[in-house]
Design a protein around this ligand. Structure first.
Ligand SMILES: NC(=O)c1ccc[n+]([C@@H]2O[C@H](COP(=O)([O-])OP(=O)(O)OC[C@H]3O[C@@H](n4cnc5c(N)ncnc54)[C@H](OP(=O)(O)O)[C@@H]3O)[C@@H](O)[C@H]2O)c1
Length: 237
């Protein structure tokens, strides 16, 4: 039976992971972390607060886990825009404070999550730490420009994931640490850009999570450090 963790469980994709794990008979305990609590209750669901912009909060969050080892950790937090700013269309939109906010949530937060949660990963059997990343973090795939902070935050996250995977080869070779590209998913994050998405290319969170869980279930240590798309394609850096 598995113990699993979802960070960013109040978001569209995080919540779909929670729903999927609640229906999964192989899952015994779900540790759910978000700033805003979940409106669902389940005997295997344990919900806690986390603010991934605050290292103390991340450290405290990890201490809430009373199981000796965790089999799957999903980091589904992230930011593209908020009420104060959107992704930059041009150089003139660049703003240092907004850039820093995006880097804190999308890069530094997940990195510090690694610091406190990686030691909890199962060492005896396969374990997975999956970060929701994005294709736009790929430098070789960048054909349209724009979205400076978001792109850079995910590019840096992909580098951190690679670093984690190299370090874990020595300390926990059963662990798989990778980035997942969920496709374009109907959520708060994608809301302002949905109209630009071609018919049929906007996924429900449930469909995306079905695909991502299949990737997690079939992944092997040779996938560690990669960025893998919802359809199984490896996205080049
Ligand atoms: N949707 C897409 O099309 C798409 C495409 C590519 C990649 N992704 C990636 O997939 C991930 C999930 O996206 P989504 O579409 O599910 O977005 P979403 O519905 O907007 O969810 C984002 C989540 O991030 C959490 N969050 C933001 N700042 C936080 C903080 N300081 N501390 C803790 N939690 C924080 C939010 O929690 P609060 O409720 O507390 O704010 C929310 O749970 C993101 O990393 C995103 O970059 C999404």
């Amino acid at each position: 039976m598995k113990n699993v963790v979802v960070i960013g469980s109040s978001g569209a994709i995080g919540k779909a992971f929670i729903d999927s794990y609640m229906k999964d008979d192989d899952v015994e305990n779900i540790f759910s972390f978000s700033r805003t609590g979940l409106a669902v209750e389940d005997k295997k669901l344990h919900s806690f607060f986390i603010d991934i912009e605050d290292e103390t909060s991340i450290c405290d969050a990890a201490e809430n886990i009373d199981k000796s080892s965790i089999d799957e950790i999903i980091v589904a937090s992230g930011i593209l825009h908020n009420k104060d700013f959107g992704p930059e269309k041009s150089i003139r939109d660049l703003n240092a404070d907004n850039f820093l906010k995006v880097i804190k949530v999308n890069t530094i937060g997940p990195t510090i999550v690694g610091k406190y949660f990686i030691p909890l990963l199962n060492k005896k059997e396969k374990s997975v730490l999956a970060f929701l990343s994005a294709r736009v973090g790929s430098i070789s795939d960048n054909k349209t420009g724009g979205w400076y902070a978001y792109r850079a935050s995910k590019t840096a996250l992909n580098q951190i994931i690679k670093n984690f995977s190299i370090e874990l080869r020595r300390t926990n070779p059963n662990a798989i640490i990778f980035g997942l590209q969920p496709g374009t998913v109907d959520s708060e994050l994608s809301e302002p850009f949905k109209r630009n998405v071609k018919e049929g290319n906007l996924f429900t969170p449930e469909y995306s999570v079905l695909q991502l869980k299949n990737i997690i279930d079939t992944a092997s240590p040779s996938d560690s450090g990669k960025l893998i798309s919802w359809d199984g394609e490896e996205i080049q850096p």
